[in-house]
Design a protein around this ligand. Structure first.
Ligand SMILES: [Cu+2]
Length: 268
């Protein structure tokens, strides 16, 4: 009878922890504003991971505190605890649960990456560049989401300790990234010296840039504003100062910026 009660209590607690995890994952938001087309995909993944993380955290901490109190040493008790070993079902359960969780998280993360644009479209991209005469293999990054075509290319050079943005169409070179809202942008990143990483939290994009490995990062800015661009890979003594801004502008304002900064203005 008491083992039945223990099972029922355990099941109820398990359900409570799952519900708590789901509630926390869906209602507690600590992320900055969403400013790119990739952000909703990322946040969906984050909510799932946050839910699973909450369940595991509350479950493990709860069990730990319960055990500390329930099995504490009573006064006068000088013996060792009873030795528990060879519980096959228990060992199967605690191996199976993490295995299933890790497998699910791995597959779901890859699926999220694919929906953002993923690697497959980078393959098309490589062939596009080859046909343009520049035979350059793209090693990593995020391609265009299906059905989109980049309307603007920006070359990004990462070096100790700055990002340099150049616009091939208008010959602008800038220390600050300007992009028009609502238009697909394709960043072509390269590193001159050591490994850097291009990170814009509001875009939910963080991409390593490795010397000798051309990298592409595609996104569509969806919210006007100024957001930080941060180097997210320890790259030397002034790594902490390696940051600038990305300015997402209405198309008109962006066009004006291009006209004002282009060394050889294009007549429109
Ligand atoms: Cu850096």
């Amino acid at each position: 009878m008491s083992s039945l009660r223990t099972s029922a209590t355990t099941a109820l607690l398990g359900i409570a922890i799952v519900l708590l995890g789901l509630w926390v994952g869906n209602n507690v938001s600590m992320l900055p504003v969403q400013a790119s087309s990739n952000a909703p995909f990322y946040d969906e993944l984050f909510r799932v991971l946050f839910s699973i993380g909450t369940m595991l955290f509350v479950g493990v901490c709860g069990l730990l505190i319960y055990s500390l109190v329930r099995f504490r040493r009573r006064s006068g008790d000088m013996g060792d605890g009873s030795a528990v070993e060879d519980n096959l079902p228990l060992e199967i359960v605690w191996t199976a649960i993490p295995a299933v969780v890790v497998l699910f998280v791995g597959l779901y993360s890859y699926n999220t990456y694919e929906r953002m644009g993923g690697m497959s479209s980078l393959g098309d991209h490589g062939s596009m560049q080859a046909s343009a005469g520049k035979e350059e293999r793209v090693w990593a990054g995020i391609g265009m989401a299906s059905g989109e075509a980049a309307t603007m290319q920006v070359d990004v050079t990462a070096m100790q300790f700055a990002f340099i943005f150049s616009y091939p169409d208008s010959s602008i070179t800038s220390g600050e990234l300007h992009v028009p809202m609502g238009q697909p942008v394709e960043l072509h990143l390269k590193a001159n010296d050591v490994i850097h990483a291009f990170w814009v939290p509001q875009f939910r994009l963080k991409q390593d840039v490795i010397p000798g490995q051309p990298t592409v990062l595609s996104f569509t800015p969806t919210k006007a504003g100024t957001y930080p661009v941060i180097c997210a890979e320890l790259c030397g003594p002034y790594h902490g100062g390696m940051r600038t801004s990305v300015v997402v502008q209405e198309p008109d304002a962006f066009e004006q910026w291009v006209q004002q900064n282009s060394p050889n203005p294009v007549a429109t």
